[in-house]
Ligand binder design. Structure first.
Ligand code: SAM
Length: 351
């Protein structure tokens, strides 16, 4: 079997499939996508090994928005015997002809597959023990083995280079809600900083004393992430901000319209979680980035409409066009985060 396997949020298989099909068309790899609504995964079937290699080498998980994880498909097994699943899995794994640094047994994030968590755990332990016994675990290998259980009898055998994949099983970061934060949406910005920036960027770009504006800030979950890093935040929202944030001395709260506010001087960060039409938000982000009012921006684009993939492309072009008129180029990284529902989160900066 030649192809790719992507995980996504259930209900977003269409967008994930569109994204993979767009890359396939760009690379002329001649594949087709297969997906089922609410399954939590999408397959891209490719004609041969060379097309699969080309796709895997050209498209990384980092560059995709709706895929939480991107793996190279090796085989699909439809009749795993309940009494000894490894007897069928092991021959399929051995035929891949290289060792793995690790092996993960996962299931998609769908309601149906979630019931497989116990099976994934027990099968995972037995699989790793078997791989070690056969010397197929090699800590220096760049490859990780992924076995994706769709139901108790069906599995995909897949693999990926660890440097090109999400480091979280299922592509889902397990974050604990910080009890001092004023709202659960704090996890969204925490995940965004983790998934959209690398560790060096987090260190360089999120320093104590830096300045930020938070548009649509109340009650302050996103602001909390910045204040916790000792940054000075101007929170723009008509709603009330959390008292502990006010007491921090790092907050200026302005009861103003976030679509009209402009900073008296450029800030290091703009973050924006206003619930509005995505194009309206994108147009305002375009102003901030093109005019140089912020160095870096993280914003949500709420996507309650049908053509969500197309809407994201329209918003991106809108921002890129505005930057280009100002003689700048936009670096754009967008993800449908685990903590996002009908929305995506974008990191952008003008260079
Ligand atoms: N990020 C916040 C947090 O972590 O606590 C939650 C933000 S909530 C999803 C959206 C906020 O946007 C609301 O507090 C709302 O008052 C604010 N909002 C909507 N339109 C706005 C506007 N035009 N100007 C300023 N704030 C606005």
């Amino acid at each position: 079997m030649h192809g790719m396997l992507a995980y996504c949020r259930p209900g977003f298989e269409g967008e994930c499939a569109q994204e993979l099909a767009t890359e396939d068309a760009r690379l002329l790899t001649g594949g087709f996508v297969r997906s089922k609504r609410d399954s939590g995964f999408v397959e891209l079937i490719l004609p041969d090994a060379s097309a699969a290699r080309q796709f895997a080498e050209s498209v990384g998980w980092h560059g995709l928005t709706f895929a939480r994880q991107l793996l190279r498909l090796r085989s699909r097994i439809d009749e795993l015997p309940r009494e000894d699943r490894l007897s069928v899995l092991m021959p399929a794994i051995r035929s891949n002809s290289h060792g793995y640094s690790d092996a993960w047994i996962e299931s998609p994030d769908s309601d149906a597959a979630r019931e497989l968590a116990g099976l994934c755990r027990s099968l995972g332990n037995a699989l790793v023990a078997n791989l070690k016994r056969e010397s197929l675990i090699d800590s220096s290998s760049p490859w990780r083995l992924h076995v994706c259980l769709i139901d108790a009898q069906t599995a995909f055998v897949a693999e990926a280079q660890t440097s090109r994949t999400s480091t979280w099983p299922g592509g889902i970061p397990r974050l604990r809600f910080p009890s001092a934060a004023p709202s659960r949406s704090t996890l969204k910005l925490e995940e965004a900083l983790l998934m959209l920036l690398d560790s060096g960027e987090r260190e360089r770009w999120l320093k104590p004393g830096m300045t930020a504006v938070d548009l649509g800030a109340a009650p302050g979950g996103w602001t909390w992430q910045l204040v916790r890093r000792s940054m000075h935040v101007t929170a723009v929202d008509n709603g009330p901000m959390d008292q502990k944030l006010i007491d921090s001395g790092l907050l200026t709260h302005l009861r103003e319209d976030g679509f009209r506010y402009r900073p008296p001087q450029p800030v290091d960060w703009l973050v924006c979680d206003m619930v509005e039409q995505p194009r309206k938000v994108a147009a305002r982000m375009a102003d901030w980035l093109a005019q140089g009012w912020c160095r870096h921006a993280i914003f949500n684009l709420k996507l309650p409409m049908k053509k969500r993939y197309d809407e994201v492309q329209i918003c991106r072009s809108l921002i890129e066009d505005a930057a280009s008129k100002a003689g700048k180029r936009i670096e754009w990284r967008a993800r449908h985060l685990y903590h996002d529902r009908e929305e995506i989160t974008v990191f952008a900066r003008a260079i």
